[in-house]
Design a protein around this ligand. Structure first.
Ligand code: SF4
Length: 457
């Protein structure tokens, strides 16, 4: 039975990161950090040691700076004339500045060490990946599951290997900073420690939520690649707004001829969110001349990019700039920009992505698009029924096999429940018309039992 109930091949790993809880993330952190530490140590011992020592020293500088700044405040808030208090605080201010400068220097040293280690770790992982994939048995090459695993390792594993060192360094920096701050607060007053915890927990939970959303938005290319390998690509793929990003929509159409249909996120600019002032759509973009014309008729003086973004889900950005000379005398300036130099900049994606964005946003308003997308509402409704009506957010058992059986049994229970909710057919349907043979019996007043099976009894 479990063979037939195996989880779909394409969803085995994709959802794991996107649905990880804070507790799961925290429980995996020590192991993952240890793996990265071991890899870094093997790749470049000197740089790894330098990064660790400088990181610890930087955290110590931050803690000393915090203690010194408390003394600055004590001087500033002491009794006496203001000039005297400021004069008394100057030595401590200089000490704080010294600690901050030392910290900045040490963080720069950490960044240098990190820049040395990261490419070496990536090279080591790539070599290991190639070594492993070059030494498999020939029949494995024909196995689609093997291809899936290799694709994941290549697509995700090597992609994240590039970023993981920086993330471990940031994590170590944040953790050490937190320990240093907790130490200082503990010395000042132990009652301040719970406040520190209260300030940190929401930030951590928000970071995990945003990471989960980011993972969701990145799974689409992998799903399409694996479906293509099996010849199961759909012509249209209905998704929710967590999966629609311009680069992925364009990539799905270009690489797999799949139309991804889902609500495209709205323009994120402040003017558009507040529906106030000149948003990006109020500017005319001329890609051929590399010029942007603003609502007041001014033509941009600079065109820069496209710049790649740090997120694989964000489109590259072209930036057009207007000058202070154009914007300062503009009567509509307050509706347009609040920057310190009073000069507006406008960011937008390259031409093909911009055209796609405009086309999708227009399509989304049409009744045809809404009817097409309504199919997804049915799916979402079912998911919602399972999640909120039948506790499917929690697994009762350990292991994917058992969890999947729970899903299937719950689905059977939902079907039974739906059937039992249907109106009774006996009460609802009209009586059936008698057949010609029954009419014949009735005309001759020959009795006929309700069931012909009882005739002989
Ligand atoms: S502030 Fe500058 S960009 Fe904005 S409308 Fe005025 S001239 Fe145009």
């Amino acid at each position: 039975m479990t063979e037939g109930l195996e989880e779909a091949y394409w969803s085995v790993h994709d959802g794991a990161a996107a649905s990880a809880s804070v507790r799961q993330v925290l429980s995996r952190l020590p192991k993952n950090t240890a793996v990265i530490g071991r890899l870094a140590w093997q790749a470049d011992r000197r740089s790894t040691l330098a990064a660790v020592v400088c990181q610890l020293a930087s955290a110590a500088m931050a803690a000393f700076g915090l203690i010194a700044s408390v003394k600055v405040l004590q001087h500033l808030f002491a009794a006496g004339p203001t000039p005297d208090r400021v004069r008394a605080a100057i030595p401590q201010i200089l000490i704080v500045a010294g600690f901050l400068a030392a910290r900045a220097f040490l963080e720069a040293a950490v960044a240098v060490a990190q820049a040395r280690v990261t490419p070496k770790i990536r090279t080591a992982l790539e070599c290991e990946f190639l070594h492993l994939t070059a030494h498999v048995r020939l029949e494995a090459v024909e196995d689609p599951d093997w291809h899936d695993e290799v694709h994941r390792a290549n697509d995700r594993g090597l992609f994240y290997a590039r970023m993981i060192v920086g993330q471990v360094v940031s994590l170590a920096s944040a953790t050490l900073g937190l320990i240093g701050t907790a130490g200082v607060l503990g010395v000042l007053h132990p009652a301040l420690l719970p406040l520190l915890l209260l300030s940190v927990l929401p930030v951590g939970a928000a970071a995990v939520r945003s990471a989960r959303a980011r993972f969701n938005s990145q799974v689409l290319p992998g799903i399409h690649t694996r479906l293509a390998r099996r010849g199961l690509l759909p012509a249209e793929h209905l998704v929710d707004s967590g999966y629609t990003s311009l680069p992925h929509l364009e990539q799905a159409a270009r690489d797999h001829q799949v139309t991804v249909t889902g609500p495209l996120p709205a323009n994120p600019t402040r003017q558009h969110r507040q529906a106030k002032g000149f948003a990006r759509d109020d500017f005319h973009i001329d890609y051929d001349r590399q010029q942007v014309t603003c609502p007041q008729g001014q033509v941009s003086a600079g065109w820069h990019g496209p710049y790649p973004t740090s997120s694989p889900t964000a489109a590259p950005l072209i930036v057009a700039r207007f000058t202070k000379g154009q914007c300062r005398p503009c009567p509509a300036r307050t509706q347009c920009t609040t920057t310190a130099d009073n000069a507006r900049t406008v960011g937008f994606p390259p031409r093909e992505l911009r055209d796609l964005q405009l086309r999708i946003r227009t399509e989304q308003q049409t009744p045809e698009w809404k009817t097409r997308y309504a199919v997804r509402s049915g799916v979402e409704g079912t998911v919602n029924e399972f999640a909120h009506g039948h506790g499917m957010r929690r697994c009762r058992y350990r292991g994917q096999g058992k969890a999947h059986i729970q899903h299937v049994l719950t689905a059977i229970a939902v079907n039974i429940e739906r059937l039992s909710g249907l109106p009774s057919t006996e009460a609802g349907s009209p009586p059936r018309q008698p057949t010609a043979f029954q009419n014949y019996l009735d005309q001759r007043q020959i009795p006929r039992p309700k069931s012909w099976r009882t005739l002989g009894s």
